[in-house]
Design a protein around this ligand. Structure first.
Ligand code: FES
Ligand SMILES: [Fe+2]
Length: 434
């Protein structure tokens, strides 16, 4: 069956088994997640030696740690003695990692440094044996503070892998007048009962927003109608933004790239959330700090790039304008965890950070009226796809009308095109057949 994977993801349609078949999920972990570059941590989480975060490469638990020499190391969160997960904390600082089972201890670069009661091995185990170090990711690289790891010793460099998507990272960091961003304030974790790809397919789907999120659009509109002269807050503007008419959604740019990446243009058209409102004192103060740092032209270039979600295949979603990030952690064929977090722009007014926290809360918290709608879709799609009555899922909206661009990617004829899904499945086919 393994040779037939590519038949399941055709141009314009995919077979339901790519969402429901556990053997395909296992093959995805092996052929996709073990080969590409995956985001594992942000440098601001590891500013001091000994600081660490735990992460995943596919289903493999990993530790990302800054060693005493300042280098960042990424290694398996799995003891080389009898397989215990060494660290259960999500982040923290340690001088060494001590396995909670029999006490083997490992340095912050993953090397084995101690075995309690070691003479029981009668000299057969040498703690200096490199094979007893925690298994290291084959490659680690950093782009603008974003740390990526790959299990594959060969393949494209991180910059080659990100390709035109580097602009999203650049824009996110350049939006900080101080030239640096900081992952701050924790974030949210939510599990849904559905395949990981359902979330990636949704994140750049401009067709669904006004339909799936109609109830929060309507509720926000009626609150806004009752405000009289009061200024609408950001959450209200976000909820209303999803209600942009489909004819207007079609005017939003949608881009897809080789490698499965994609991004969409911004679709908030009114209010301070657009960051173009001269009457908003926070935006005015922020703009001033940007002009002071970069000069007028460059500050305008950075701030005027109006985009929304940028999808870095297979599992990262970046929103530079609102300093948001989501990371998918596939657990099984029908379970996925979504991690969502936001960034502080160094040198920007504190209120900009408060806005990005409110954005995160309105869009990605378990109480969000937006994300709960989407998760209900994922759960219900997953359940329905388990029925074998109809095998194929259609992705043909806009097929044949995607136009090539100078950046090497394609642009959809209209914003509601399913171009991003086709880009994802083109990468899926390439990786799954490799
Ligand atoms: S499993 Fe880690 S010390 Fe035994
Ligand atoms: Fe949605």
């Amino acid at each position: 069956m393994t040779d037939k994977f590519t038949d399941l993801a055709q141009e314009g349609r995919v077979h339901r088994r790519v969402y429901t078949d556990a053997t395909i999920f296992d093959a995805e972990m092996e052929r996709i997640y073990n080969h590409v570059w995956l985001f594992v941590a942000h440098e601001s989480q590891l500013s001091e030696p000994g600081q660490f975060v735990t992460a995943y490469i596919g289903k493999r638990p990993m530790i990302v740690s800054r060693h005493t020499d300042g280098e960042i190391h990424v290694f398996a969160n799995r003891c080389t003695h009898r397989g215990m997960k060494i660290c259960s904390a999500r982040r923290g600082a340690k001088k060494r990692f001590v396995c909670p089972y029999h006490g083997w201890s490992f340095a912050t670069d993953g090397s084995l440094i101690g075995i309690p009661h070691g003479r029981g091995y009668n000299g057969k185990i040498d703690p200096k044996d490199p094979a007893l170090a925690l298994d290291r990711a084959a490659r680690v690289d950093i782009y603008r503070g974003f740390i990526f790891a790959s299990k594959a010793p060969y393949g494209p460099s991180l910059i080659e892998y990100l390709g035109p998507m580097t602009r999203a990272f650049d824009n996110m960091v350049d939006r900080a007048p101080g030239g640096e961003i900081e992952m701050s304030g924790g974030g949210f974790r939510q599990q849904y009962k559905g395949n990981w790809k359902l979330h990636m397919e949704n994140a750049n789907d401009l067709m669904h927003a006004s339909i799936v999120h109609a109830s929060s659009v309507d509720a926000a509109q009626s609150v806004a109608d009752g405000l009289e002269n009061e200024i609408e807050n950001h959450a209200l503007q976000m909820f209303k933004g999803n209600g942009l008419p489909l004819s207007k959604m079609d005017e939003v740019e949608i881009h897809g790239f080789a490698g499965g990446h994609s991004y969409m243009g911004g679709f908030y058209k009114e209010g301070p959330i657009t960051q173009s409102n001269d009457g908003d004192p926070v935006v005015n103060q922020y703009r001033k700090s940007m002009v002071d740092a970069y000069g007028e032209n460059r500050a305008d270039d950075i701030m005027s790039w109006d985009t929304f979600n940028h999808l870095i295949y297979p599992n990262l979603i970046l929103n530079p304008k609102h300093q948001q990030m989501r990371l998918l952690q596939p657990e099984s064929v029908d379970r996925t965890i979504v991690h969502s977090m936001c960034f502080r722009l160094k040198g920007a007014p504190e209120e900009m950070y408060q806005r990005s926290v409110r954005f995160l809360t309105a869009l990605n918290s378990p109480a969000s009226q937006i994300t709960t709608d989407d998760i209900a879709m994922f759960n219900n799609i997953q359940m329905a796809l388990c029925q074998s009555d109809t095998d194929w899922i259609d992705l043909s909206r806009g097929l044949g009308h995607d136009r090539k661009q100078d950046d090497g990617g394609k642009i959809g004829e209209v914003g509601t095109s399913e171009l991003p899904l086709r880009a994802q499945y083109s990468a899926w086919r390439d990786l799954m057949s490799a």
